[in-house]
Design a protein around this ligand. Structure first.
Ligand code: TPP
Ligand code: MG
Length: 329
């Protein structure tokens, strides 16, 4: 999950180099798409768009929206696992990861969502904060000075502070540690980074937030980080390192085996889960909705709109078990 839009180039790079296994290789992005970054109608837009780029499961871009979607996805995982898993059949069992920046943390919606994630104990949510102390308008200290680790601890999260975000091994160990805690809390990993790392003139400045570096500075950056390859050339070794086809295929085969057993052992549960994954409505959903509307019209109640909202949610929920909503009274 990309929290803040600007991160999405990481996603495009992953989708360019990664191979996941036979059923998921269609996710690979044609390398040429990378050249169309931030162009209208391209598959590599400046913010990820659902249904335009394979591998993008939701549209993000407004700051705070990515982490909030991630909370929703982690909640979905937890609810589905509780409802559908059976001893020996953990058919739902995955982590949700989110990247978020300073801008996401400033948005009010991130407070609401992250507070709820702590309250609900979404222990399989792992958020990586790009803790670079800078935003589009410069250093954040004069308008965003709160203690973010303390804020997340107060929500009931695990916090792993001071990780070097430029060190893949350190980040990977932090993720492994987050998974090992198993205390039912979501985890925030604070990844210290320098924006534009490697650019001699613009590193650690807001100038690299979104504007191109220019040819001269790009050449200087390549030299500074020791990257000898020409533009858009990805060395074979990188593709080889990101080739997870074997691991992906065997993980998928294992899951398919588990699923076949589950289908035999729990035919009703498995068909209900399959329907939800396909996004289909229950068989008699239309009839139930028409009956609910008719009943409401017949009752002609004079009630507060929040009460009618509650009635609608409760009425629909009995016909659509996956519906979530909040009672306000
Ligand atoms: C709700 C919302 N307001 C404004 C923007 C425009 N915007 C895009 S990125 C950004 C700054 C984000 O700063 P940060 O998360 O620190 O990213 P960094 O500069 O460190 O990459 C802003 C204001 C937006 N995408 N969404
Ligand atoms: Mg920042």
């Amino acid at each position: 999950m990309d929290g803040s839009g600007p991160f999405c180039f990481i996603e495009w790079a992953w989708l360019d180099v990664a191979l996941f296994g036979f059923a998921f290789n269609w996710l690979r992005l044609a390398h040429v798409e990378i050249k169309n970054f931030r162009q209208l109608h391209s598959k590599t837009a400046g913010h990820p768009e659902y249904q335009i780029t394979p591998g993008v499961e939701t549209t993000t871009g407004p700051l705070g929206q990515g982490i909030t979607n991630a909370v929703g996805m982690a909640l979905a995982e937890k609810l589905l696992a509780e409802e559908f898993n059976r001893p020996g059949y953990e058919v739902i069992n995955h982590y949700t990861y989110a990247f978020l920046g300073d801008g996401c943390l400033m948005e009010g919606i991130s407070h609401e969502a992250c507070s709820l994630a702590g309250t609900l104990g979404l222990g399989k949510l792992i958020a990586l904060w790009d803790d670079n102390g800078i935003s589009i308008d410069g250093r954040v200290v004069s308008w965003f000075a709160e203690d973010t680790p303390k804020r997340f601890e107060a929500y009931g999260w695990n916090v792993i502070p001071n990780i070097n975000g430029h060190d893949a091994q350190e980040v990977s160990s932090a993720i492994a540690y987050a998974k090992s805690m198993r205390n039912g809390k979501p985890t925030l990993i604070a990844c210290k980074t320098r924006i534009g790392e490697g650019s001699p003139k613009f590193a650690d400045t807001d100038k690299v937030h979104g504007s191109p570096l220019g040819d001269e500075e790009i050449a200087a950056t390549r030299a500074a980080i020791g990257w000898p390859y020409p533009p858009f050339e990805v060395p074979r070794e990188v593709y080889a390192l990101w080739d997870a086809q074997e691991r992906g295929a065997s993980a998928e085969l294992l899951w398919q085996d588990l699923w076949q057993g589950y289908v035999k052992a729990f035919p009703d549960l498995s068909s209900a889960l399959k329907r939800r994954m396909l996004g289909d409505l229950p068989k008699d959903f239309d009839k139930a909705v028409v009956a609910l509307i008719q009943q409401t019209v017949d009752q002609k109640q004079t009630i507060a709109t929040r009460k009618s909202s509650q009635n609608a949610i409760e009425g629909l929920a009995s016909a659509l078990p996956e519906l979530l909503g909040a009672r306000l009274t």
